[in-house]
Design a protein around this ligand. Structure first.
Ligand code: GLU
Length: 285
């Protein structure tokens, strides 16, 4: 077996903290003699900032990490995402969704307790989309497009499941997992505002970068089910995965981006050495 190609894929929406350091070191170590790549997941123009992008490069270098080749920035990849959406559209597995967040919430309330989907960046742990726009007629779709209401593009997960048949992916920690194609429901693949989404971009770019081993936090495990479906639909290889537990602070609280965990900058300014911070992030030399 050839040496793995891994990646660290931060979103430049803030400074790196210990949880990121853990993920980056994990990916770099997993590459071994293979290649460790860096990708900036900066599709969300409203939240990403060039100063965070620059700070991430600096912090990783300070930590002692050295990535192979140029940094891939998702903000430069719109053409590839468009091509993927076109391909999915040609398969008939996309539909436009005109719902606002408020309308979706109201529909879910009306329907009573709805099944819950797994987490994903920007998705939260909310209930699954109730499918309101899935059944719109072609005429209704056209009329609403013509009134230039913004629309997102959603995956018709049921249809996609029928097309791809039974799928599985392999996780280094958890073994073989049979894909549950409906786990995230009719996920948004093209957002109203940015015409792509985390799920679409990550699948397209892992393939474009030749990533053979995706290492990332266990919080993204549910997303991998959707990613395997998208890989099958798009004719892309499914890499091997290794979902690792998120590191915790001394009190057992998880060090996630959402929490105000210590940033590498703060640690550095308080006099910690790179080796000390690597150890705090779970990788003593
Ligand atoms: N950009 C995602 C994050 O910062 C990571 C995506 C991934 O590793 O697939 O949470």
């Amino acid at each position: 077996m050839s040496a793995p190609v891994t990646r660290f894929a931060p979103s430049p929406t803030g400074f790196l903290h210990l949880g990121h350091a853990h993920a980056a070191l994990f990916a770099a170590r997993a590459a071994g003699p293979g290649r460790f790549l860096l990708r900036m997941e900066d599709i969300d123009r409203g939240r990403c900032r060039p100063e965070f992008d620059a700070a991430i490069l600096e912090d990783l270098a300070w930590l002692g990490l050295d990535w192979d080749g140029p940094v891939l920035r998702q903000s430069a990849r719109a053409v590839a995402y468009r091509a993927a959406l076109d391909r999915l559209d040609a398969l008939g597995v996309l539909y436009p969704c005109f719902c606002t967040r408020g309308e979706i919430a109201a529909e879910i309330n009306r329907a009573g307790a709805a099944p819950h989907g797994g987490p994903g960046p920007g998705l939260g742990d909310g209930p699954l989309y109730p499918g309101t726009c899935r059944g719109l007629s072609a005429a209704e779709r056209q009329a609403r497009m013509a009134r230039s209401e913004g629309s997102a593009l959603r995956l018709d997960a049921g249809k996609a499941a029928g097309l791809v048949g039974e799928l599985a992916f392999s996780d280094r920690a958890l073994g073989a997992t049979v894909v549950a194609p409906l786990l995230l429901g009719d996920a948004v693949l093209g957002r109203k505002d940015i015409e792509t989404s985390y799920h679409l971009s990550v699948v397209v770019d892992d393939a474009a970068q030749g990533i053979s081993l995706v290492t990332r936090g266990a919080d993204l495990f549910p997303s991998t089910h959707l990613h395997a479906v998208l890989q099958a639909l798009l004719g892309l290889p499914t890499p091997e995965y290794h979902h690792h537990p998120l590191i915790e602070d001394g009190s057992g609280a998880r060090l996630a981006k959402r929490d105000h965990a210590m940033t590498l900058r703060t640690l550095r300014e308080s006099g910690r050495s790179p080796a000390q911070v690597r150890a705090m992030a779970g990788f003593p030399d």
